[in-house]
Design a protein around this ligand. Structure first.
Ligand SMILES: [Fe+2]
Length: 185
């Protein structure tokens, strides 16, 4: 094969690879597969935010009933101590707006910060006085276990309590209790 023909052949293969890579996969979708979720994380509709406490809301993104856990945005519009808690499994977070910290650590989480919280650690979430609003994405495995100053358990949240909160709120604001179903997997 001449050099010119070899180059033409390579170019032809390259075009085939590019067009194949940009085409949708034609294989059949497995029966029973659940649908994906893809939407703006910060919602246009204020009603999607579920009140959690005075000036504290969560916005569900994924309610995982298979392995137990949930992904959500936490929005806080007040300063001070929010909660003292521990997790039996890992938690990761990414700060979108505002700032916060744990009393037990000397770092401050701010926009762009990634946080990994190890299983078993007790920490106390605090929003500083000069922060008007903080929004953080959290991926929570297992549960949130709330504790008092001595570390004794005073409450918990898991994917089922989060779903129940969503159902009650969405029903009360006119979205309908089943609105939460779109986030349940
Ligand atoms: Fe935590």
């Amino acid at each position: 094969m001449s050099i010119r023909r070899r180059v033409a052949s390579r170019q032809s293969h390259a075009r085939t690879a590019v067009s194949a890579a940009s085409a949708p996969v034609a294989a059949a979708t497995p029966a029973g597969i659940v649908t994906e979720i893809a939407e703006a994380a910060i919602p246009q509709d204020e009603r999607v935010w579920v009140p959690q406490a005075p000036d504290v809301w969560f916005r569900p993104l994924l309610l995982n009933t298979v392995s137990g856990g949930w992904c959500n945005l936490l929005r806080v519009r007040r300063a001070g101590v929010l909660s003292r808690h521990r997790h039996p499994m890992i938690v990761t977070g990414y700060v979108i707006r505002g700032r916060w910290r744990y009393l037990e650590h000397d770092w401050v989480a701010e926009p762009g910060s990634f946080v990994y919280e190890p299983p078993g650690e007790i920490h106390t979430l605090v929003v500083p006085d000069d922060c008007v609003e903080m929004i953080t994405y959290f991926n929570i495995s297992g549960a949130m276990i709330y504790v008092d100053e001595r570390g004794a358990t005073v409450g918990y949240e898991d994917v089922w309590t989060k779903i129940a909160m969503c159902r009650e709120h969405y029903d009360s604001v006119g979205l309908g209790a089943t609105y939460v179903d779109r986030y349940i997997r």
